[in-house]
Write a protein that binds this ligand. Sequence first.
Ligand code: ADP
Ligand code: MG
Ligand code: MG
Length: 209
Amino acid sequence: MSSLDTKQMAAIVEGMAKKIEAEKEYLTELDNEIGDGDHGINLARGFEAVEKKLPSLAGGDIGALLKGVGMQLVSTVGGASGPLYGTAFMKAGMACKGLTEIDGPAFVKAMEAAVDGIKMRGKATEGEKTMLDALCPALKVLQDDVTAGKSLKEALQDAAQAAEKGVEYTKTIIATKGRASYLGERSLGHQDPGATSSLYLLQVLAEMA
Ligand code: ADP
Ligand code: MG
Ligand code: MG
């Protein structure tokens, strides 16, 4: 599909909640290795709260929907990832203010706002072994594909593949942000939990768009 309306976006958010719930234990296992073992639990709690709120959020525009999702995540996820994912959805929502349908270029703007929000909030950049190592390469591919005239779905599929490579890349680098940074070189060889959850969210987008 080349665009998404509010109902489709709400269905995608529900899909994200289901995926996070399904992967909760694996994400927590990854966080056990280089963090405090709560990433899956944190996110699943947040997305469960989002799911409950969805019916009341799905009646308006996409901006209001995403902003509501972000606010819910901020107040329920906790940890480092709560404010980061929350900010991402809230910023994406602001970029979609008043829109009841978004096409490729509008989606790119929303994702740019989301990634910028995460960078600012976490004072991090690519290469620090965080969710940004999945999201930044995904955004780059999304921008290129949409500029080249590919459909939003195709662009999202390519973006998810780029994120997958990004997750692999996190195994090869030392964490310099978040809890994993306390481990220094001992973080090498481990896959970042936040990059992995970001990959899952992008995979749901690619599948359902
Ligand atoms: P906490 O570390 O507080 O327990 P979570 O376990 O929920 O929080 O989330 C950990 C994930 O958050 C990491 O795997 C990493 O991807 C991400 N993260 C941590 N700090 C930052 C940051 N400053 N910028 C971007 N992402 C970060
Ligand atoms: Mg943790
Ligand atoms: Mg924690």
